[in-house]
Design a protein around this ligand. Structure first.
Ligand code: MN
Ligand code: MN
Length: 467
């Protein structure tokens, strides 16, 4: 018979790894499910560009699903849905399972901070009748990418009397936007001789905020004064209030479909809102869980996870300990029995820059959620390196639930490297592996992911909680 497979074909199928594009593995209906899922994801991306906004948005969605704020010492029972807001910049959500919590929790950990330009503490100045803000970049960026794009300003200003004002300028269609300049090519001969990392220097990331003087002949710096008058009218602030403000300039772009086939989403901050949103949706959608499910959306990953809202702080441990206290069991034992999916993105193969990737081991868009056994630099420095046992366990879970997945690594050996929060969680004494969406142009002001991969990442978290 013509259709009959040869012995070699059968053996290859049985013995060898076969990789296939997700679009060829899914039906049209299934692809539509992935596409539909990303419509709400795009809304989340546009509404939650900073860690503070992501916390607010996540809590709003959680409360709609019956989550209530957790207070230390609260009595808890199976089915309870709680959240803990850590200083407005990170949030933990949990659904109490039917199994004893001593058997550990199923944890997914994503981060909600993204690379950006923070305003310095004395940001506003006037030079040559143009008003500008001084910035200090946050996270790993290629500085030249942040020039000549529309920027929006997000954050809070805390006044001396303790009142807090939220700032959001540049997102509404009718809002003005902000701008970091670059030299015109005609006059860039010297600039182009600089080393690539210095094409734009850190102190050149100055944001233009105005050019109209206050009408008065008696004072200097009239453009700056005019900006302060406008800020005072809108936010009631004075210049000194910048000292106790956290203002972040982020790209003003909206999330959009990318490509004629609309198979991808372009946005600022996929890293790591794409894993934050999918983990959040998974815990909100999971009807009831056996193992207690926990999602942590943390801050400060992009600067190394230090600080009281980053994952090197004790706040996650304290939260799990207080859950354990509620059930009168040892927090130490809960953590030791915990399994964690460190939910972060990985680099996707980019055909324009193939040299940094090793094609047999890197992740490709549309090949599903990426499972990364280890990260790190050079000789795996800084990685937690998931055990073969835990990889085997995750592999079986994904396969048995028809989750399309692949493995990945952060580029060729010695091409660079990086890390995630996985190591900090593993150091707490839990099993951890990195799981997330492959991203093209990671850390750029506009990053790209595939819709199939976004949905498969959601599905991976869902089946993990639903076990
Ligand atoms: Mn990340
Ligand atoms: Mn990152």
């Amino acid at each position: 018979m013509e259709n009959e497979k040869s012995t070699a074909e059968l053996l290859k199928e049985k013995l060898c790894v076969t990789k296939k594009h997700g679009g060829l593995r899914l039906s049209t209906d299934e692809i539509n499910v992935c596409n539909d899922f990303c419509e709400d994801y795009k809304v989340f991306l546009n509404d939650a560009k900073t860690e503070r906004e992501a916390v607010v948005k996540s809590i709003t969605l959680a409360e709609k699903c019956g989550f209530v704020e957790y207070k230390d010492g609260m009595s808890l029972k199976a089915g309870d849905k709680i959240y803990y807001n850590n200083r407005g910049k990170s949030v933990i959500l949990a659904v109490i399972g039917t199994e004893p919590i001593e058997k550990g929790v199923h944890l997914a950990a994503a981060h909600i901070d993204s690379p950006r330009l923070d305003l310095k503490q004395n940001p506003l100045y006037e030079d040559s009748e143009i008003a500008l803000f001084k910035t200090h970049y946050y996270g790993g960026i290629k500085k030249y990418q942040w020039t000549t794009i529309p920027l929006a300003l997000h954050g809070v200003v805390v006044k001396k009397d303790g009142t807090k004002v939220s700032v959001n300028i540049g997102e509404d269609e009718n809002d003005p936007v902000f701008f970091v300049t670059d030299l015109l090519p005609h006059l860039a001969a010297d600039q182009m001789k600089r080393t690539p990392g210095d094409i734009i220097k850190g102190e050149e990331l100055n944001i233009i905020v105005g050019s109209m003087p206050f009408k008065d002949d008696k004072i200097s710096e009239k453009v700056k004064l005019n900006i302060m008058v406008l800020l005072n009218e809108k936010y009631g602030m004075i210049e000194e209030d910048f000292l106790s403000a956290e203002l972040e300039a982020v790209p003003a772009f909206k999330a959009k479909d990318v490509g004629i086939d609309r198979s991808m989403v372009g946005s600022y901050g996929h890293d790591d809102r794409v894993c934050a949103y999918t983990a959040l949706k998974a815990i909100l959608d999971c009807p009831n869980v056996k193992k207690t499910a926990v999602v942590i959306l943390t801050d400060k990953e992009e600067t190394g996870s230090d600080g009281n809202t980053g994952l090197r702080s004790a706040y996650l441990k304290h939260f799990i300990y207080s859950l354990a206290d509620s059930f009168g069991v040892s927090g130490r034992r809960v953590i030791a029995n915990t399994e964690c999916l460190s939910a972060d993105v990985n680099a996707a193969y980019d055909p324009t820059f193939p040299d940094v990737m090793e094609k047999r081991n890197c992740a490709f868009i549309n090949y599903g959620v990426c499972v990364t056994k280890f990260t790190g630099a050079r000789g795996k420095s800084g990685t937690s390196d998931a055990s073969a046992e835990f990889v085997g366990r995750v592999r079986a879970m994904l396969d048995s639930n028809n989750v399309i997945w692949q493995t990945g690594e952060l580029g060729k050996v010695d091409a660079g490297g990086g890390g995630t929060v996985a190591a900090y969680l593993a150091n707490m004494d839990m099993d951890v592996i990195d799981v997330g969406v492959p991203v093209i142009a990671m850390h750029a002001p506009y990053e790209v992911v595939s819709k199939i991969d976004v949905y498969m990442t959601y599905k991976a978290f869902y089946v993990f909680f639903d076990e």
